[in-house]
Design a protein. Structure first.
Length: 280
């Protein structure tokens, strides 16, 4: 989400905005077609306080089995501890934490261990960043993201959105879900625009992501049609069982974006944006 946040800032405030992209390994980061020099926490803390600080580093759920549970949790605790220390040193005027829809869900022991560990770590992150924001007396925006798309997706084929787009490009989509799967998708840059603009209002709040609500088979049909193929070129098991609905029931996000004058990418534009990732 780091580059999505930077892209959002450039779109919102123009090229004159002072972007402080923190990295200890890369000298430059490509954002919106341009390379931007990175900096360090030390340099930022020596200058004026930034208006918004967005810590984006986190080991996400898809890496759980690669890392193993112990290392997965240890790495994320280390990352969160570093974010807390950086916030204390930088003393920003506001903080945006990239939260997750899982933080709003009750503990469910029937979920697999990757989900449970990810939920634990996102709750831990939220708890720690809320505490340090309260300690400094600065507002915190909990950017509660459910599902997103966009040009900065890493390994897009690992996610349902990217996987279906990739399949549809070849003219055929195979779905594995034997129950209805409903999601709301929006572009991550659009999400970050609303969150950054809200952070400048100097008031803590939760922002849950919105977007276009679609069942996965309908989404696959839209993808196939967009690429010029038959919408019947979909294979799926017989649909049985309870629906899988992972999205916010709130309609507040769209209202916020409208109030701020922030246009949201439609589903076709989101599909075409992600499709370009498979042309590289």
């Amino acid at each position: 989400m780091g580059r999505s946040a930077a892209h959002a800032a450039l779109d919102l405030f123009g090229e004159s905005v002072e972007l402080a992209l923190v990295s200890r390994s890369a000298e430059q980061i490509l954002v919106n077609g341009r390379n931007h020099r990175t900096t360090t926490v030390e340099r930022i803390s020596a200058g004026r306080k930034p208006d918004v600080f967005v810590p984006t580093n986190f080991v996400t759920r898809e890496f759980f089995f690669q890392f193993g549970e112990n290392l997965f949790k240890a790495q994320n605790k280390k990352i969160v501890s570093s974010a807390v220390n950086n916030i204390r040193r930088i003393e920003p005027k506001s903080v945006v934490v990239i939260s997750s829809g899982v933080t709003s869900k009750p503990h469910d022991p029937s979920k697999d261990q990757s989900y449970l560990a990810y939920r634990d770590m996102k709750l831990f992150e939220l708890e720690q960043l809320t505490a340090v924001s309260n300690e400094l007396g600065v507002p915190l925006i909990e950017a509660r993201l459910y599902s997103a798309s966009g040009e900065y997706m890493k390994s897009p084929e690992l996610f349902a959105f990217g996987n279906i787009v990739k399949q549809a490009r070849s003219g055929y989509v195979e779905l594995t879900s034997s129950h209805e799967v409903w999601r709301k998708y929006l572009d991550a840059v659009d999400f970050m625009k609303v969150c950054l603009a809200s952070a400048l209002a100097e008031k803590s709040r939760v922002i849950e992501s919105g977007g276009v609500l679609l069942e996965v088979e309908t989404f696959a049909s839209i993808c196939l049609s967009l690429f010029g193929f038959s919408i019947d070129a979909i294979k799926r098991p017989r649909v049985l069982g309870a629906d899988d609905r992972y999205y916010s029931s709130s309609e507040e996000f769209e209202s916020l974006a409208d109030e701020m004058g922030i246009p949201l990418a439609n589903i076709e534009d989101q599909i075409l944006t992600v499709s370009k990732l498979f042309e590289r």
